[in-house]
Write a protein that binds this ligand. Structure first.
Ligand SMILES: NC(=O)c1ccc[n+]([C@@H]2O[C@H](COP(=O)([O-])OP(=O)(O)OC[C@H]3O[C@@H](n4cnc5c(N)ncnc54)[C@H](OP(=O)(O)O)[C@@H]3O)[C@@H](O)[C@H]2O)c1
Length: 239
């Protein structure tokens, strides 16, 4: 079999790049998609792909490019997100409907377009009897705990993440027989609370995503929450 392929949509300098680095080190081919390729850090073994996830057409085109150049991805990571802070404190609905719609196109509609493309591609592998089908598809949405602990600053982001929670849970429920796996993965504090923005650990995401794909995390559902200890160790929590 050829090298397994991962496609990361929303490949920024924090989580996206760290996840790419981990999978490249494990011998995977990785495509990293974002809007501004000029800002990409060069990483051997990573193919940059221009994608604007706010356009469903752009997501479809990006999947076609990855398939043509590397092969269809076994792992799809949806990492893009957008947040508009409410202009008025204590007034979460002061976010303009236009800004909410734009953020939603990135936080959830683009995620749905990626789920659509991923599951179509995996089915195509199955129908063509491709040996690649033996690597059953995995979809990871980078999460946070806004769907579980509503945050007044995260009007649009929390709504989008909550939408992804629904889709990921639906994926777990409906594609079991096919063997595809779906996860919403969130770094949390050791007490389960939200991790401060600056404490987000990209490398720990790389490790966690690797363990999830390998199936070495133990018994987890679609809702994976992990904390990072002072020594950098990862502990998984019950969602
Ligand atoms: N566990 C937590 O509590 C926690 C905390 C922080 C973040 N997160 C999550 O982690 C993920 C990544 O966040 P991060 O902090 O690592 O951000 P990051 O490094 O900025 O990466 C995100 C990347 O997404 C890309 N992006 C944004 N809009 C896009 C679009 N329309 N189309 C394509 N790409 C787009 C951006 O690249 P371009 O500008 O080049 O497109 C950006 O570099 C997000 O899903 C976020 O919600 C979770």
């Amino acid at each position: 079999m050829t090298q397994p392929v991962a496609f990361i949509l929303g490949g920024g300098p924090r989580i996206g790049l760290a996840v790419a680095t981990k999978f490249v080190a494990q011998g995977w081919s990785v495509a990293l998609g974002r809007r501004n390729l000029g800002a990409s850090v060069e990483l051997k073994g990573v193919m940059p792909v221009t994608v604007d996830v706010s356009s469903t057409q752009s997501v479809e085109t990006a999947f076609a490019e990855v398939e043509a150049k590397l092969g269809f991805p076994t792992l799809v990571v949806y990492n893009a997100a957008s947040l508009t802070f409410p202009p008025n404190q204590g007034d979460p609905f002061s976010v303009s409907p236009e800004a909410f719609a734009q953020d939603t196109s990135i936080n959830v509609t683009g995620g749905y377009a990626a789920l659509h493309a991923a599951t179509r591609g995996w089915e195509k592998l199955r129908e063509s009897d491709s040996v690649e089908y033996n690597r059953r598809g995995v979809f990871i949405a980078t999460g946070n705990v806004t769907p579980f602990y509503p945050n007044p600053f995260a009007t649009s982001l929390g709504s989008g993440k909550a939408g992804m929670v629904h889709l990921i849970e639906l994926g777990e429920q409906e594609y079991k027989t096919a063997g595809y796996r779906f996860y919403f993965v969130s770094q949390v504090l050791e007490d389960g609370g939200p991790v401060p923005y600056d404490a987000v650990d990209g490398n720990a995401h790389g490790e966690a995503y690797w363990e999830i794909v390998q199936g070495t995390v133990g018994k987890v559902t679609w809702d994976v929450r992990f904390a990072v200890g002072n020594d950098g160790s990862i502990s998984y929590q019950k969602g």
